[in-house]
Design a protein around this ligand. Sequence first.
Ligand code: C5J
Length: 250
Amino acid sequence: MTDTAPTPTDAPTGPANTPLTVGARPYDFTFDPATTALVLIDMQRDFLEPGGFGESLGNDVSQLRSTIEPLRAVLATARAAGLTVIHTREGHLPDLSDLPAAKLHRGNATLRIGDVGPKGRILIRGEYGQDIIDELAPIDGETVIDKPGKGAFYATAFGDVLRQRGITSLVVTGVTTEVCVHTTVREANDRGYECLVLGDCVGSYFPEFQRVALEMVAAQGGIFGWVAPSQAFLDALAPLLSVPAAVAAS
Ligand code: C5J
């Protein structure tokens, strides 16, 4: 098996090798910034803006927008602290050769994957709607993983990237909480990664799913990982910053 988490001795040196601690559920989350990546799952126009895949399935996309401001602050602070930042995008090849028939036909979509919508072809790589929202656009040096499935590990180089960089802990954010965030956290957990989910930086179209999905991560002593508010993570990173977090996020 080659896609499991690296052992701590494989880890390269990074921004700092001093463990930091986040107040989290079910108990404090301790991480080494040198071996931790901030992961932004699918913060794409197709999920967060009208006229995309999310809306075509009948969802109220405004439900996800509360994630943007806290995630902007977390992204700015993670960049300032020198953390590895990885973005993912769900999407398919223009010829749909990586799209299972089951995924194409499931749901009562007004526009199906590959159809032309107001922001380009729905959930197709390279289309405007499939890209990441302006507020969280990747910058040079940040990895963007295009994934055909819900989980970030399935049919992608995500596991290889993490291993090459010696990453052992993931701080997970993005949308939607109970679908792509959960699938990725579950995949990561089985591969030996420690996952912290930032509760206000993940979003669902369904408020009840949001609450229960977060409970499911931290239940049973942290069966899939930890959950914390983004401020607790920002507080933990503060010692690494040369400028205060509030300034870095503005
Ligand atoms: C969904 C996702 N909900 N990014 N994708 O289909 O969660």
